[in-house]
Design a protein around this ligand. Structure first.
Ligand code: NOS
Length: 276
């Protein structure tokens, strides 16, 4: 057994023993997007540091806890705080919580993130549904010996973001009277933000939004057969020909400001997802 398999099994067994229920839906909250969840009923909050096998999150704006919450009566696992490549974790460690979900049998995974808008038509503060992604991190969480019990050596990637979940999300946005953009997310390793030349390149490649997360998690989740929905909160404009300076503080402020809109959308969507 590989080291990561052992860690994922240890963490999974611990979660099974210590959580009141094993929800069918999990949510990963991106930078600064966690405020609204406080209004949900949180049955249990477990600091990542308490879960054996888990890495410990370090980045500012990430609380680092696994919550068992109820959103309008529907139980959800909420990963409040995620692990990034730029923090120095290995690609496998970054996606360890996702591997645990696969082992726990959770079916639906909603990945949220704060991202820069590369598409000039997308407004700051808006939400974008991921239709697809481009992995420019230079890493892949499936590198190394394949865990055959988890999924195939060469997973098909023709449809990573579940069309049925996307349809449901569009419907939920309509019911809430919210605009929901759709587009391609490009993931970079960071932590430096993009130069104008890089931004131009990513736009020419076909990306609409850019960030430093989500894609490794989506690869691991897809490998294990979870249904995935991805939502970017567009925290800043990232345009090569009118490049504005961007700081992490501004990104967090904007994510905080958009957190309620994301909360309304997810509260409308989650109770309608298939449950056990
Ligand atoms: N993030 C971004 N990452 C890259 N480029 C962007 O324009 C951008 N906007 C938001 C950095 O402040 C954090 O916010 C996201 C990254 O994923 C990173 O976690």
């Amino acid at each position: 057994m590989t080291d990561i398999q052992t860690r994922a099994r240890t963490a999974t067994d611990w979660i099974r023993k210590n959580c009141p229920s094993i929800p069918n839906t999990a949510l990963v909250l991106g930078s600064g997007l966690g405020k609204w969840i406080e209004s949900a009923w949180i049955q249990k909050s477990i600091p990542y540091a308490d879960i054996p096998g888990f890495p410990v999150s370090t980045v500012e704006g990430h609380a680092g806890a696994l919550l068992v919450a109820e959103i309008k009566g529907t139980p959800v696992f909420v990963f409040s705080g995620r692990f990034h490549l730029y923090e120095g974790y290995s690609p496998r460690e970054v996606t360890l919580p996702i591997a645990c979900l696969g082992l726990l049998g959770t079916e639906n995974l909603i990945l949220t993130n704060a991202a820069g808008a590369l598409n000039p038509l997308f407004a700051t503060g808006g939400l974008m549904l991921l239709t697809d992604h481009i992995n420019m991190t230079g890493h892949n969480p499936l590198t190394g010996p394949n865990v055959d019990d988890w999924g195939p050596r060469f997973p098909d990637m023709s449809q990573v973001y579940c069309p049925a979940l996307r349809e449901q999300a569009m419907q939920a946005a309509m019911n809430c009277g919210q605009r929901l953009e759709q587009g391609v997310y490009v993931a970079v390793a960071g932590p430096s933000l993009e130069t104008p030349a890089e931004t131009r390149m990513y736009r020419i490649m076909g990306a609409d939004a850019i960030g430093m997360s989500t894609v490794p998690e989506a690869i691991t989740a897809h490998h294990m057969g979870l249904k995935i929905l991805g939502i970017s909160c567009l925290t800043n404009k990232n345009l090569p020909d009118c490049m504005a300076q961007t700081s992490h503080a501004e990104i967090l402020d904007q994510a905080n400001a958009s957190s309620d809109a994301l909360g309304s959308l997810l509260s409308a969507l989650i109770p309608n997802l298939g449950g056990r």
